[in-house]
Write a protein that binds this ligand. Structure first.
Ligand SMILES: [Zn+2]
Length: 399
């Protein structure tokens, strides 16, 4: 693409009022997982109005916009349309669905995670049409559903769309990301024998097995990666199979949240937890370990069972897409922020499992995601439009 950088910057500036307007509109439209229908319609219409060549909704409700390019490589952009709950609204300085602008920042749930970044990606992709340019190859702007509960949308997307490279637009304060740890949710069941609480000798109380296990859990040797750091595991939820306080339960269910590094498979993790349980002498009860899985229904009425798994991934520092993306951002943004990883898991892990090399970049401070202080800088959004445009072009040239 031999168009001068100033033209891209000028176009990003010109489209900024419309971009901000659109972002306010989608932030003001709640879209919890499974309830994304209204925001999906708005996003669909915006892409049509911005001149995308094709816009459609797939079975599970993902919105996909296509810009037709030449014979070159296909580039995919990805940003989810759902968000986490607001928590108590009175904890927010401004109402969570107001989209209010204060001191150059747009407030509200999902402003950072990630309707602000989604709006910037859509506008960056639309610049090709606006400037009368033909991209090297096709561009797919994908806006999936249900990322916050495991990534049902993107897991469906990769069954019918492919690309040579992708950009995951989660917030990164406009710096480049090349991976993150994954997340595996496990359920550990301790099986005892239920009995009347007045006759403990007639039962086997699974609480003691769970207690022995929990005492030894911190002894596990965790995997380590120089970039991603240590894997971690924490117990989160705890339940029994009883409702009455005067019954020895037959079973205890313990939930573990495991953050795994790249290369550490869910099967490895299950085996590690099983081995730990087997090695504890005082734990003479049956213990089963499974990856948790739950049924979800999309706003389009599709019900699917989704395991609580976000794959970890890490592109090497010298990967050609990482290198090209880094160079492109240095040129487009006029500074070198280096390379980093995300602390949280993203749909990028699902794209990588479909063999689509994925770099990360997005406006907004990731520390504000999932908080009642969530807000995004408008200046960062304008810069992100330039950044995304540069990345689309650079990734296509790197294939
Ligand atoms: Zn997100």
């Amino acid at each position: 693409m031999d168009l001068p950088l100033e033209n891209i910057q000028l176009a990003a500036r010109d489209s900024q009022p419309a971009l901000v307007d659109f972002t306010q509109h989608i932030v003001a439209t709640p879209s919890l997982p499974g309830e994304e229908g209204d925001v999906a319609d708005i996003i669909h219409n915006e892409m049509v109005n911005l001149g995308f060549d094709e816009v459609w909704r797939d079975q599970v409700g993902n919105i996909i916009g296509k810009v037709e390019g030449g014979d070159g490589p296909t580039i995919l952009l990805n940003g989810h349309m759902d968000h986490v709950d607001t928590g108590p609204p009175d904890g927010w300085p401004y109402p969570p669905f107001s989209g209010q602008i204060v001191d150059g920042e747009l407030w509200g749930r999902a402003s950072v995670d990630m309707k602000g970044p989604v709006a910037c990606m859509i506008y960056a992709t639309s610049l090709f049409h606006r400037l009368g340019l033909r991209p090297h190859g096709d561009i797919y702007m994908t806006v999936p559903v249900m990322e916050e509960i495991g990534g049902l949308g993107t897991q469906h997307l990769i069954t019918h769309l492919s690309a040579h490279a992708a950009i995951c637009g989660e917030p990164s304060s406009n710096t480049l990301r090349r991976g993150h740890r994954g997340r595996v949710e496990l359920r550990v069941t301790f099986e005892g024998h239920s009995a009347h609480a007045s006759a403990p000798h007639l039962g086997v109380n699974p609480h003691y097995g769970a207690a022995a296990f929990l005492t030894h859990l911190p002894d596990l040797t965790m995997a380590y990666d120089a970039t991603l750091g240590l894997s971690t595991v924490v117990p989160t939820l705890y339940a029994t199979d009883q409702l009455s306080p005067n019954v020895i339960p037959g079973r205890v269910y313990l939930t573990l949240d495991w953050r795994n590094i790249a290369g550490e498979t869910p099967e490895d993790i299950v085996a590690k937890v099983e081995n730990l349980a087997a090695s504890i002498e005082s734990l003479n009860q049956k213990v089963t370990v499974v990856i948790k899985s739950q049924e979800f229904t999309t706003y389009t009425g599709i019900t699917q069972e989704i395991p609580a798994l976000f794959p970890s991934y890490l592109l090497p520092q010298d990967d050609r897409f990482v290198q090209a993306a880094h160079q492109a951002l240095v040129t487009a943004l006029g500074r070198d922020d280096g390379l980093d990883i995300w602390r949280f898991a993203t749909d990028g892990g699902h794209l990588m499992t479909a063999d689509i090399p994925t770099v990360g970049f997005g406006p907004g401070d990731e520390k504000l995601a999932h908080t009642n202080q969530e807000r995004i800088s408008l200046a960062q959004m304008e810069e992100a439009v330039v950044g995304y445009f540069a990345l689309i072009t650079a990734l296509a040239e790197a294939v």
